[in-house]
Design a protein around this ligand. Sequence first.
Ligand code: A3P
Length: 327
Amino acid sequence: MDEKEITMNQQRDDQETISLISSLPSDRDFHSNKLFNYQRCWYDKKTLQGILNFQRGFEPQDTDIIVASFPKSGTTWLKALTVALLERSKHSSDDHPLLSDNPHGLVPVLELRLYTESSKPDLTSFSSSPRLFATHVPFHTLQEALKGSPCKVVYIWRNVKDALVSVWYFECANLKIEDKDERRSMLESMFESFCTGVSFYGPFWEHVLSYWKGNLEDPKHVCFMRYEELKKEPHVHVKKLAQFLGCPFTLEEEESGYVEEILDLCSLGHLKNLEINKTGKTGRGVDHKNFFRKGEVGDSKNYLTPEMEKRIDMIIEEKFRDSCLKF
Ligand code: A3P
């Protein structure tokens, strides 16, 4: 395809995107940002353009690996672990890519970074196999972009209350909101958005259930991980992840302490204290340090009132009733 044809195709795609977006239901989130409902989830306009470009133009390779999550559910950790597992034969411990780049720099989000401007971005820097990408879209939306390819998808989720508090902290840090009352009022508005489901990439339950079903239907290609379980039994789950990715630990590796080495390399304490994560920024201008906070299970108890907890628990219980998922 010559350059003129590429430009014409892009213009046609942009036109289609504009008319599709204008036909979608819309609402406002806690910030009064306009969100659009596409395939049962909510996105701002720019993200939605990225999703449509991704669905239209992504050419999957059978060996691709996609790290998927609802935002603030353990994505950074899962990206680091996946990189560490796949790269373990290629690097020594002092020239590892995780020491010189943030996990989000190494594993870009398809719809937020690679496909924002065009349905045919330049992916030549992803020439080695397997290619490793990330996404925050739900499984049914991802499936459309994968076009039947047997890529492997690893999903991580966590307790909705901890995810909410983590999103809140992240937003306050990015917007540099320090005033106590302003922070509290933001948490309360965010809580409302989470409960109604009208939040960026929400509803939370729609997201988790889509991957839960994906894993039930095709466990060989969709791995369903939980942050709390990874925290509780990291050895067990990192070994399962290696197996799923097709790079299981050998007996020699296990005996020589490779599993611990990978867990240490990817631990919150280690990553947080690397220079690149103390001072660097992502391509979108987010301070790397904002991705690392406490990583504690149940921390939301310190911020949500018992009434808030009860309300959100009841919503999730009702939404998860037909699944075996428990909080
Ligand atoms: P808290 O805000 O509860 O501390 P995401 O990576 O999806 O943005 O999620 C961010 C959450 O994961 C934050 O949780 C952050 O502290 C935690 N996190 C980041 N890196 C981690 C790591 N290496 N191990 C465990 N948790 C990590």
